[in-house]
Design a protein around this ligand. Structure first.
Ligand code: F3S
Length: 653
């Protein structure tokens, strides 16, 4: 005979927690301990607790104080808590944390105006309790069929599940509701302990000749276990106690599977195992005790194990680590990444490596951490990057005292303000959220210091560009640079690690007084190399384009004898410069200003004056045009119609 005991047989952690609370109260309190309703669905366990002094009541009114009342693992309605308080009784709240979470969820959503749906059995105490936290206004569906008559809409609504319903049933109910309600939020609150127990029982039943399900006949999860096993193995028996094994005949050489409901105490299962020996007609004795102990998965703090994601509620991940109860990774133990979004969370069934922080976090859950697994890996990577002087990407998160806090795969890297740019950057807030490439310049785990520098990379790039530029530079070469600063005599251009100067006269063909008339700091400009000195590290640049040279067209535009209109731009002792076209100045010698004798041009002309002049001499190659105001004999009405810089033709003379 072979016997296989399900590792999930017996108390789930919620029931175990509730039973332990009762036993602890019975052993430590002088008060009467009342059990309100069935604390667990197992008569034998109830009798056991009664024998220790517990008293069962169906309503708070029956309790006589001073006394304590135990709220069962299924939880209860807020009215029950109020009634306990009103009678000044002590409340021992043994509600399973999984159920408590549903109460809180439903209460919050109901307060936010959501319509509440519950997938579950309306008559089950757990569902009655959940509905109480929704002010008894929830719509409850046992099956998808129950949703058929619902009229849909776009109101805000959410659905939660009774912890013990099957996932198939949940999926069907949700599917119908989703097709009717456009704003439905789903909270899969099915307890994985139940699903695991059912799955394991089904697997065992498929491989067994006989299955014994131990549990209360009024326990819904025991009933479901029995149904699941029966569908795979005809010889499935549901028994409440070992005594019921008497009706089963001894059989040789068979495989027997044993499982038990969530409310079945361990001692009852052990009694059944002992009794199964009498079914054994084989000669070899079986160590059933060992079979029981070894069927349980062992976990220890510090273990790194693989698990599968069950669900994520926005704050916690529930993970199946093959233990008798679920593991929980609080979000702050999942990642330090402040940019983490729910959409990035791993999906249901995805495998994940986790670190066991505590086997029992006080609420019966296994406390897990993904960060602790990753932190070790990320820190190792950062140390390697430090040693190899490798560039790594980090994401800037917040401005702290003196610098930026950034993250590399959840590991913190500090970047001092002085290590961010080539120049000191006062306002670091623009970096927040950006990915930066840095080099780790200090790695000291004892002091918990990991320091990154972006500046060092910028400096290297700058030096590399400078070397490259000096090796390729030649007169006439075109290059793009960035306007870095201005001086009265020109603009300095950053050519990538080397600065060059555009003198004012090389900025424009027109006369300008300051480079800011043409450029802005930070502008990208294309310049050409005029001259350079490698030793003195000086480069002269030209910004104005040859193609824009106004003298190119001057020969076609002007000829000797033309009458032109212009503006006085400069006065010198020997005459006045007149701009007759954009970038083209002609000279009126002092002797050509007027027929009268004058000692200086200012006696007749002023800067900005508009004048009419005659072209008397031209030398395009040496960029010289001589003008005469004295010889420009234009009638007043003709002069008014003469546009600046456009010659009137010699026939107007
Ligand atoms: Fe709690 Fe799940 Fe048990 S909800 S009571 S751990 S079956």
């Amino acid at each position: 005979m072979q016997v296989r005991l399900a590792s999930t047989a017996g108390f789930c952690f919620g029931v175990e927690k509730a039973v332990n609370s009762v036993i602890e109260a019975l052993e430590s309190s002088q008060e009467t301990i009342y059990l309100l309703g069935s604390v667990i669905h197992n008569d034998q366990m109830i009798e056991h607790l009664k024998a220790k002094g517990a008293r069962c009541i169906d309503s708070v009114e029956e309790a006589v104080g001073p006394a304590s009342i135990v709220i069962r693992a299924h939880g209860d309605t807020p009215e029950v808590y109020d009634a306990i308080n009103a009678k000044y009784l002590t409340c021992i709240d043994a509600t399973c944390p999984y159920v408590k979470r549903i109460h809180n969820l439903v209460k919050t959503k109901a307060n936010e105006g959501y319509r509440i749906f519950i997938a579950g059995d309306a008559n089950h105490p757990e569902v009655i309790g959940i509905n109480g936290w929704a002010s008894n206004n929830a719509d409850i569906f046992m099956t998808a069929y129950d949703t058929q008559t619902m009229t849909g809409g776009d109101e805000k609504c959410c659905i939660v599940a009774q912890t013990t319903i099957t996932r198939e049933n949940w999926d069907e109910i949700v599917k119908v509701l989703e097709s009717k309600f456009s704003n439905l939020e789903k909270f899969d609150t099915i307890c994985n302990a139940t699903a695991q127990r059912l799955n394991e029982a089904s697997c065992i039943a498929q491989e067994s000749d006989m299955v014994i399900v131990v549990g209360g006949r009024d326990s819904s999860n025991t009933q479901k276990l029995y149904e699941a096993c029966s569908s795979h193995c005809d010889r499935t028996y549901l028994i409440e106690t070992a005594a019921e094994l008497d009706r089963i005949k001894p059989i040789k050489h068979i495989k027997i599977g044993i499982t038990a409901g969530a409310s079945t105490p361990k001692w009852l299962i052990e009694e059944v195992i002992e009794k199964v020996k009498f079914l054994n007609t084989d000669e070899n004795e079986i160590d059933f005790k060992e079979a029981f102990e070894s069927s349980l998965t062992q976990l220890h703090p510090g273990d790194v194990v693989k698990g599968k994601i069950i669900s994520f509620n926005g704050n916690e991940f529930f993970v199946d680590v093959g233990y008798k109860c679920d593991g929980i990774i609080p979000l702050n133990e999942y990642t330090d990444d402040p940019f983490f979004k729910s959409e990035d969370a791993p999906g249901e069934g995805e495998e994940i490596e986790v670190y066991v922080v505590k086997v029992n976090d006080g609420e019966g859950n296994v406390l897990l951490s993904k960060k602790k697994v990753e932190a070790v890996n990320s820190i190792n990577e950062l140390e390697d990057a430090f040693e190899d002087k490798r560039t790594i990407p980090v994401r800037a998160h917040e401005v702290t005292n003196g610098g930026l806090l950034a993250y590399y795969k959840g590991a913190r890297v500090f970047i001092p303000a002085s290590q961010l740019g080539l120049k000191y950057i006062r306002d670091l807030s623009d970096f927040i959220g950006n990915e930066l490439n840095v080099r780790i310049i200090e790695f000291n785990m004892q002091k918990r210091r990991i320091i990154g520098s972006q500046r060092i990379l910028l400096e290297e790039n700058r030096d590399k560009s400078a070397t490259n530029l000096w090796s390729t530079i030649e007169p006439g070469m075109k290059i793009t640079g960035t306007v870095k600063s201005f001086a009265d005599f020109g603009a300095f251009i950053d050519l990538g690690g080397v600065d060059g100067l555009i003198h004012l006269s090389e900025l424009s063909w027109s006369k300008i007084k300051h480079p800011s008339e043409l450029l802005k700091i930070g502008d990208k400009v294309e310049v050409s190399i005029l001259d350079f000195d490698r030793e003195k590290k000086r480069i002269s640049l030209k910004y104005k384009k040859d193609s824009d040279n106004p003298w190119i067209d001057a020969a076609a535009k002007f000829k000797v004898g033309d009458i032109v209109k212009g503006i006085v731009t400069r006065l010198v002792p020997f005459g006045a410069f007149i701009e007759i076209d954009k970038g083209i100045d002609g000279l009126v010698h002092i002797s050509q200003i007027t027929g009268k004798r004058i000692s200086k041009p200012e006696e007749i002309l002023h800067i900005g004056d508009e004048v009419i002049a005659k072209v008397i001499e031209m030398n395009i190659e040496s960029r010289k045009i001589n003008l005469s105001i004295r010889e420009a004999d234009v009638k007043k009405e003709d002069a008014d119609n003469l546009p600046t810089g456009i010659n009137s033709g010699s026939e107007t003379q």
